[in-house]
Design a binder for this molecule. Structure first.
Ligand SMILES: Cc1cc2nc3c(=O)[nH]c(=O)nc-3n(C[C@H](O)[C@H](O)[C@H](O)COP(=O)(O)OP(=O)(O)OC[C@H]3O[C@@H](n4cnc5c(N)ncnc54)[C@H](O)[C@@H]3O)c2cc1C
Ligand code: SF4
Length: 494
């Protein structure tokens, strides 16, 4: 019944548009379409995706909210400059395949970006509709629309054409989003491409870090399948810097160009007492065990166990912390505390993830920070001593500095602590590649074409930017591939 009336509403809007009578006020009056989600209680005990995606009717109604602004400020907010108003207009008209073709001009991974890009601080933050209501949550839901068209097509996606062989060889180190884009774009140009991955499965953070309930692994596998159909060779269990060095790949194995996309996989710790107790994990280890190694199915086909914990504290306020906390819920923890030293306003995690974590029962302990982790005689975590904080003056990041309140120490009763306060670059490539320039934080220095200080070596993604985002890594992959293709075509590389 509701669907019928919504269908009639859409038709009325389309008729009005056809007569040239649809005004901005009519578009503002269209209610924002909520994304259907799995029930908050039910999903605490399964790994299935939480957000279920728009129906075609919802997508078209949501797209009708777009004003088609002449200056399209949303595009300015998109790191890869997708023609947003054009693809949204195609959705409104029901031409979903056209919409996808427009997105694919600039983004190779729309099913991923539609799900995990931080749209609320990118395209949607600039959207005129959100500005009109003074609420970014009222913006056109660009990400959900992107996801909708990508999901429709994912089952029957076409394999991109590959140019005749150039006889040149490209090595891609790391199979994250940047590496995937470089592999696709350089292979399309006719080069022989080999992708080397340290883990036993390709996909980068999307496979080992971001959980199934947020990004189904089937989607990442489909991207990898497309690469393989294009003729990209994928070699797993291969650690560049250990198995072979970059120099060996170029001097002995005949690679003409190398892209370094090894990410930022080295976890940071608090450096507090008790951090080496049994029951303390980095979020990387916790999530890798559960996502990549499927520890939640230990004994039912998976070989990697995890001591999941019944009372779990997760330290941090970013996406990684949310993922770890929500994973702990699914692994059966009775209490999951998210301990963050600032307030919720300063949390870097996506609003949607914060909202989902709360719905799933994660307890937010803001303005608190641990000062030591307490252990039993046999070295297991038995608690965490914390201090309460208040917000002081803004610091160099512009956020108000958390200041400890004297005498506020208390003990949180936990048996597991997951540290999710950030990641840095793994130093392996730096240690094994003399001649490659790094900055003081251990990130590779590149020019505007993602060229490094070594001829024939390019880099992008988190190893250049520090822990950033999928869309930024993809953007850099695109730039690097363009430079590789141009340099190889110009025979600048010997
Ligand atoms: C838990 C978690 C949640 C996140 N959530 C979001 C989100 O919601 N939205 C978002 O936009 N971003 C998110 N991010 C950040 C995002 O995933 C990264 O910015 C992005 O994946 C970086 O891409 P990349 O191309 O640098 O490669 P990565 O995805 O980092 O992959 C690098 C790959 O290189 C491999 N590798 C490393 N060293 C070597 C070596 N020596 N030899 C061979 N292979 C090697 C690694 O095993 C890995 O597979 C999240 C990150 C984490 C950890
Ligand atoms: S800013 Fe918003 S309303 Fe304007 S074109 Fe972009 S999505 Fe549409």
């Amino acid at each position: 019944m509701i669907v019928d009336s919504q269908e009639r509403y859409l038709q009325e809007l389309l008729d009005k548009q056809a007569r040239g009578e649809l005004k901005a006020k009519d578009r503002y009056a269209i209610p924002p379409q909520d994304m259907p989600v799995q029930d908050g209680v039910e999903r605490r005990s399964n790994m299935s995706e939480v957000a279920l995606g728009y129906t075609a009717l919802q997508a078209r109604l949501e797209a009708m909210r777009c004003l088609g602004c002449a200056n399209a400020p949303c595009v300015e907010g998109c790191p890869v400059r997708i023609r947003i108003k054009d693809f949204v207009a195609e959705i409104a008209a029901g031409r979903f395949d056209h919409a996808l073709a427009i997105i694919k001009e600039n983004s190779l991974l729309p099913a991923v970006c539609g799900r995990v890009c931080p749209q609320e601080v990118q395209c949607q933050e600039r959207c005129t509709v959100g500005k009109k209501f003074k609420d970014p949550n009222m913006s056109v839901s660009i990400g959900r629309l992107e996801r909708f068209v990508a999901d429709l097509a994912s089952a029957g996606g076409q394999t991109p054409q590959v140019a005749p062989s150039t006889g040149k060889k490209v090595a891609v180190i790391g199979s994250g989003p940047g590496g995937i884009v470089v592999a696709a774009d350089t292979r399309r140009a006719g080069h022989e491409v080999t992708m080397f991955e340290a883990f036993h499965k390709p996909g980068g953070v999307k496979v080992y870090g971001i959980p199934e309930f947020r990004l189904p692994k089937k989607i990442v596998q489909e991207e990898i399948d497309v690469l393989e159909k294009m003729g990209v060779k994928i070699v797993c269990n291969y650690i560049v810097g250990r198995t072979r060095t970059i120099e060996q790949l170029m001097q002995e194995d005949g690679f003409d160009a190398v892209y370094v996309g090894v990410g930022a996989g080295l976890p940071k710790f608090m450096n507090i007492e008790g951090e080496y107790l049994v029951g303390v994990y980095s979020a990387n280890e916790y999530l890798t065990r559960t996502n990549l190694m499927k520890a939640y199915a230990f004994g039912q086909g998976a070989d990697t166990p995890i001591a999941a914990g019944k009372k779990v504290a997760v330290l941090g306020g970013g996406n990684v912390a949310m993922d770890a906390a929500r994973m702990a819920v699914r692994l059966g923890a009775e209490k999951v505390y998210l301990v963050y030293r600032r307030s919720e306003v300063e949390m870097p995690a996506r609003i949607e993830e914060v909202h989902h974590a709360k719905e799933e029962g994660v307890i937010f302990c803001t303005l608190q920070n641990p000062q030591r982790i307490l252990g039993s005689e046999d070295g297991h975590v038995v608690g965490m001593e914390c201090l309460r904080y208040e917000l002081g003056e803004p610091d160099e990041s512009g956020r108000r500095r958390p200041v400890a309140i004297k005498g506020s120490a208390f003990v949180l009763d936990v048996d597991t602590v997951i540290v999710a306060i950030g990641n840095g670059p793994n130093p392996l490539i730096e240690q094994t590649t003399p001649g490659l320039e790094f900055n003081k934080w251990g990130n590779i220095v590149v020019d505007e074409g993602c060229r490094t200080s070594m001829k024939g070596v390019y880099a992008g993604g988190d190893i250049v930017l520090g822990a950033a985002t999928i869309i930024l890594a993809m953007g850099q992959g695109r730039i690097a591939a363009k430079a590789i293709n141009a340099d190889l075509a110009a025979k600048k590389l010997s």
